[in-house]
Design a protein around this ligand. Sequence first.
Ligand code: ASP
Length: 315
Amino acid sequence: MQQFSLVIHGGAGTILKEDMSPALEQAYQVGMQEALDAGYKVLQNEGSAVDAIQTAIVILENNILFNAGRGSVFTKKGLQEMDAAIMDGASLEAGAVAAIRNVKNPIKLAAEVMLNSNHVFLSGKGANDFAIKQGVALAPDEYFYSQFRYDQWKAIRDSDAYSLDHTNHHLEELLKDKKFGTVGAVACDSKGNIAGATSTGGMTNKKYGRIGDSPLIGSGTYANNKTCAISCTGHGEMFIRSVAAYDVSCLMEYKGLSLQAAMEVVVHEKLIALNGEGGMIGVDAAGNTAMVFNSAGMYRAFQNSNGDSAIAIYK
Ligand code: ASP
């Protein structure tokens, strides 16, 4: 029988047990469990991989703990600009949005681009106008405001530093809060179709207009039934330069590597060589799953129809 499976992530970075209170740790686990349960239910009901990952991501976007949708970090200008992408491995159709504002669930807009525009990638005002036209829900600035993200940004806004949600470059000591993250999901459904999606607020204090790896098909997000579905999280610039998600697919397609082996080459060799901190989750069309990262931690969880499941944060 075809195995089906779902994997989610909530971002990677310097996530250390000693920095985490038991209550916060539990809140993250509950947040991941909710998303996993909802997405997995779609698969159990013979829904598609695309629907399952979208369902899981909407829940993570609505959770203020994660740097996507509602919990998105602040840009250099003190606003939120969000990126998201989704790809269907069966048809190779994809939809992506970048630098969008006030869209409640960026992943829904990315799906709308995939299904109902003649394009793959919309950005900025054009993407926002498309959201309005398609009736995708918007939310006011207040919806995206959170005190801890504001404090996180305030600590570095007068510098040129920008930081991974969970990791701070240059100003480690100023940023106490390092525990939030980009979200992603990949799934293999009961028909053996796979899909991948990623949604993010990007990096704290990023320049306005900056686009990360998450919405770039092949860098932060990719899916192809022939090989794998991948969602990445980490220092986006290095994932773009590595074309990280597609590189996993290439290693599988052209070198015959397994999902796990291909992800390890990209995360532990190629990204490390560029100083690229982060990780990725993946599935293949047999329902195999993998979660690989080179940072101290990555919020991650998976479940499959063989009865295996896990939720983890640290190494
Ligand atoms: N990869 C994301 C970006 O660079 C950030 C993250 O994964 O936390 O926009």
